[in-house]
Design a binder for this molecule. Structure first.
Ligand SMILES: Cc1cc2nc3c(=O)[nH]c(=O)nc-3n(C[C@H](O)[C@H](O)[C@H](O)COP(=O)(O)O)c2cc1C
Length: 178
């Protein structure tokens, strides 16, 4: 076990999606810590073709929420993971290259875990109008919003609205081959 290994494993196990958040703002330093963690996520070919669009502006957050049916929480900040299509094309990746979607996932997992590690609640959202989010965030041409990571202080005692399924074991998820 490496130094801090137990703490990392404990954080992985205890992270949960937070869908109820208080209205207390997040300090910018905490947002920057989470964003800085995001750049360490593995990316296909180490290309870093995603960009993070961050906001803690109440009006922008309200508008994001209006165009995002999957945003059940009222976040006080949000990081939108975007694929930069022109950059993708410049690197010779076809727009449907599976690595691009995988990169969104690795970035999201890293942001969620980093938030949890510093005591910030986080929840991913993919149910939103891509066209509307691009307008709200004034995204440059060719930037596609792929996932919004909502951030805020967890509201104490608030139940998670999504039904909890039986937590699968690693054995449920794993097939050994000889
Ligand atoms: C690709 C992806 C899309 C998701 N979209 C949403 C969403 O739109 N709204 C939401 O509340 N949760 C969303 N989630 C969160 C999942 O519902 C959540 O991870 C799952 O219920 C397990 O909960 P846990 O992460 O707390 O263990 C999404 C997760 C992933 C990986």
């Amino acid at each position: 076990m490496t130094d801090g290994g137990e703490a990392v494993l404990a954080a992985i196990r205890s992270r949960r999606v937070v869908r109820a958040m208080t209205a207390e703002p997040l300090p910018r330093e905490q947002l920057e810590t989470i964003l800085d963690a995001g750049r360490w996520a593995p990316t296909a070919g180490n290309r870093h073709l995603q960009r993070f669009v961050a906001t803690d502006d109440p009006t922008t957050l309200r508008l994001l929420r209006m165009v995002s049916p999957g945003m059940l929480q009222r976040p006080v900040a949000a990081i939108t993971i975007c694929t930069d299509r022109p950059r993708t094309a410049a690197f010779g990746f076809p727009p449907d290259a599976p690595g691009l979607h995988v990169d969104v996932g690795t970035a999201a997992a890293t942001l969620l875990l980093a938030a949890h590690a510093i005591g910030v609640g986080a929840g991913p959202v993919t149910s939103f109008s891509r066209a509307a989010v691009a307008v709200v965030l004034r995204l440059p041409d060719g930037w596609v919003p792929e996932m919004i990571v909502c951030l805020g202080h967890p509201a104490p005692g608030a139940p998670a609205p999504m039904a909890a399924h039986r937590r699968l074991t690693w054995r449920d998820l794993t097939t050994w081959v000889p």
